[in-house]
Design a protein around this ligand. Structure first.
Ligand code: FAD
Ligand code: MLT
Ligand code: ZN
Length: 474
C-alpha cells in the first residue's frame, strides 16, 4: 500500500498540535534534529514530533506502529555516536522529548527527584542544589543534554568515581513501549526484589527498546566544601600511582580524577589562547582532581594540601597547584571541558571511548602510543579521560598536513589497531558514549555470539516490528 505522507502528517498534527509537527515539506529546517553534534551523521526525517506529555507520546507511538514509521527518540542531540538522528533507510520520524521537561517531585527526605525525560541535566542539578541536595551526574554537555538521553546512553561524566554512572543513579522509570503501552516503573525505592529489574533494560539501550518519558533519580546531600587540584606527572603509570595514593589518603572524598595528556593541553591552548597558565614547567601528562565533603572549605583544602605534599615527597607527582578559590577551580575544569571543543575545531579526529581495568591502563598506553606512530607516522594522539573509572578517550588526530576527510578513511584501521588490544585485555570499546551507528559493526565483531543472540532476542521480544531507532546498536 502506498504511503501518503501528507495524510500521516495531518494525523500527527491532530494528535499533538499543528505547531509541534515539523516537516521539510512545510519548509521547516530540520537540520538541528537530523544532523548529530559531531556533524558525522545525518539522515532524512519524515517529521520532527514534539509531544507534550506521556499520553501524546503513546498516541504517536501507536500511530507509528500502525503505519510502519520508525521513531528516533531524541533528547539534547549531544550524543557522540550518531544514535539520536535518523539513518538513511526507511521512513523515520524524530521524536523530540524536549517539551516533557517538568520536575514532577523533589523529595529531600527520600533523596530523590522525579523528572520528565526532557528535563535538561543542568536544570535538575540547579533545582536539587536549591533544595540542599546534589544530583551528581556532570558532563560537558549538561547545559543541553536531557535526563532521558542521559539514561538511554547510561552517561558517565566526571563524577562516576564517587557516585557511579547514570545506571547507578536511576531508581525508577516510566517507559512507552513500542506498541504504545505505558510501563510504570516509577518508584523511588532503594530496595525492591520483586522479580526482574525491568528498568535496567532501558538504561543504556539508546532508544532501541522504548521511549523513556520520566525517571526517579537519586539525590545526595549537597557537599559543603570542594577542592580542585591540577598536578603534572611524568607518565600514565605515575598518574595511576597518584590515584591510588590520593584515594588512600582522602578515600571517598575524591570525586573526580581526570587524566589529560600534554598534547591535549597544547591543543586547548592553541584554540583557546586565553587558557591561564597552570604549572611552571611542561609535563607529559596532567591530572585534574576534585575532592568534596560536608565540612568546611578550609579543612578540606588543608587535607588536600597535606595529601598532595605527601604525594610529592613520595614521588607520585612532579608539580601541583591547588585552586585557591572557586574561580580558579572553574578555570581548571574549563580547560578539561574545552578538549572536546578544541578537537571538534581541529577536525580530523578519530574518537575512542575505551575502558580497561585501571591496573592495565599504563601497559595499554605505553604499547599503543609507539604502535600508532609506527602504523601512522606523524599521527597526533590526544588522550584524556576519566582515569578514576578506567575510561580513556584515546583519540587520534590526523598527522599535520593530512586532510580531515583522508584521515577519516583510516578510521577502521585505527580502530582495529586499538580495539583489538582493548578487547584482548578484557576492556570495552565503549565505556560511556554507546554504540549508535558509529560502532555498530564493531559490536558485531567484539561481542560473543551468545551476547549478541540474547540482545537480539530482547529486541525481538519488545520491538518485533522494529519501530524503535532502527540501524542503531544491533
Ligand atoms: P541524545 O544525543 O539526544 O540521544 C542519545 C541516545 O539516547 C540516542 O540513542 C537517543 O535515541 C536516545 N534517547 C534520547 N532521549 C531518549 C528518551 N527519552 N527515551 C529513549 N531514548 C532516548 N557523555 C558521557 O557519557 N560522558 C561525558 O563526559 C560526556 N561529555 C560530553 C561533552 C560534550 C561537549 C558533548 C557534546 C557530549 C558529551 N557526552 C558525554 C555525550 C552526551 O552528552 C551524552 O551521551 C548524553 O547523555 C546524551 O544526552 P542527550 O539528551 O543529548 O541525548
Ligand atoms: C569527555 O569526557 O569530555 C566526553 O566524554 C566527551 C568527549 O569524549 O570528548
Ligand atoms: Zn568522557
Amino acid at each position: 500500500m502506498s504511503f501518503d505522507s501528507q495524510a500521516w502528517l495531518a494525523e500527527a498534527r491532530a494528535l499533538i498540535g499543528e505547531a509541534h509537527v515539523l516537516s521539510a515539506d512545510c519548509g521547516d529546517d530540520l537540520s538541528a534534529y537530523t544532523r548529530d553534534w559531531r556533524n558525522k551523521f545525518e539522515g532524512p526525517a519524515l517529521a520532527v514530533l514534539r509531544p507534550a506529555d506521556t499520553g501524546e507520546v503513546q498516541a504517536i507511538v501507536r500511530l507509528a506502529a500502525r503505519t510502519d514509521v520508525a521513531l528516533v527518540p531524541q533528547g539534547g542531540n549531544t550524543g557522540m555516536c550518531g544514535a539520536s538522528v535518523p539513518t538513511a533507510g526507511g521512513r523515520q520520524a524524530v521524536l523530540q522529548l524536549g517539551r516533557l521537561n517538568r520536575i514532577l517531585e523533589l523529595d529531600p527526605e527520600n533523596n530523590t527527584a522525579t523528572v520528565e525525560a526532557g528535563c535538561i541535566l543542568q536544570t535538575l542539578q540547579e533545582q536539587a542544589a536549591a533544595a540542599g541536595r546534589l544530583f551528581p551526574l556532570s558532563l560537558g554537555a549538561e547545559g543541553s543534554c536531557q535526563i532521558g538521553g542521559n539514561i538511554a546512553t547510561n552517561a558517565g561524566g566526571v563524577q562516576v568515581l564517587r557516585y557511579g554512572n547514570m545506571r547507578d543513579l536511576v531508581l525508577g522509570l516510566e517507559v512507552v513501549l513500542p506498541d504504545g503501552e505505558r510501563l510504570d516503573l516509577l518508584r523511588g525505592l532503594r530496595k525492591d526484589n520483586t522479580g526482574y529489574d525491568l528498568k535496567q533494560l532501558f538504561i543504556g539501550a539508546e532508544g532501541t527498546l522504548g521511549i523513556i518519558t520520566a525517571a526517579t533519580v537519586k539525590l545526595f546531600p549537597a557537599p559543603g566544601a570542594e577542592a580542585v587540584a591540577f598536578a603534572g606527572v611524568s607518565s600514565i603509570a605515575q598518574a595511576v600511582q597518584l590515584l591510588g595514593a590520593m584515594r588512600g589518603r582522602l578515600g571517598e572524598r575524591i570525586t573526580a580524577f581526570e587524566v589529560i595528556s600534554g598534547a591535549a593541553v597544547d591543543l586547548v591552548r592553541h584554540y583557546f589562547p586565553d587558557t591561564p597558565p597552570l604549572l611552571e614547567g611542561a609535563c607529559p601528562w596532567y591530572v585534574l582532581m576534585e575532592a568534596s565533603d560536608g565540612g568546611s572549605d578550609e579543612a578540606l583544602h588543608e587535607a588536600m594540601q597535606t595529601a598532595l605534599m605527601a604525594c610529592l615527597e613520595d614521588g607520585c607527582l612532579q608539580d601541583v597547584v591547588l585552586a585557591g578559590n572557586l574561580a580558579q577551580g572553574q578555570a581548571l575544569w574549563m580547560l578539561r571541558e574545552n578538549i572536546t571543543h578544541a578537537q571538534q575545531m581541529d577536525g580530523g579526529n578519530i574518537k575512542h571511548d575505551i575502558s580497561l581495568p585501571i591496573s592495565r591502563i599504563p601497559a595499554f598506553v605505553e604499547q599503543m602510543l609507539p604502535r600508532l606512530q609506527q602504523a601512522f607516522p606523524g599521527v597526533r594522539p590526544i588522550v584524556y579521560g576519566h582515569l578514576g573509572d578506567g575510561n580513556l578517550h584515546f583519540n587520534v588526530s590526523a598527522p599535520r598536513g593530512v586532510a580531515p576527510a583522508a584521515w577519516q578513511r583510516e578510521t577502521d584501521a585505527v580502530n582495529t589497531l586499538l580495539h583489538d588490544v582493548v578487547v584482548a585485555m578484557r576492556g570495552s570499546i565503549s565505556a560511556e558514549h554507546g554504540i549508535g551507528q558509529l560502532k555498530r559493526h564493531e559490536l558485531a565483531l567484539y561481542k560473543t555470539p551468545a551476547e549478541l543472540d540474547v540482545m537480539r532476542r530482547i529486541k525481538q521480544a519488545l520491538d518485533p516490528q522494529g519501530v524503535m531507532n532502527p540501524g542503531k546498536v544491533l
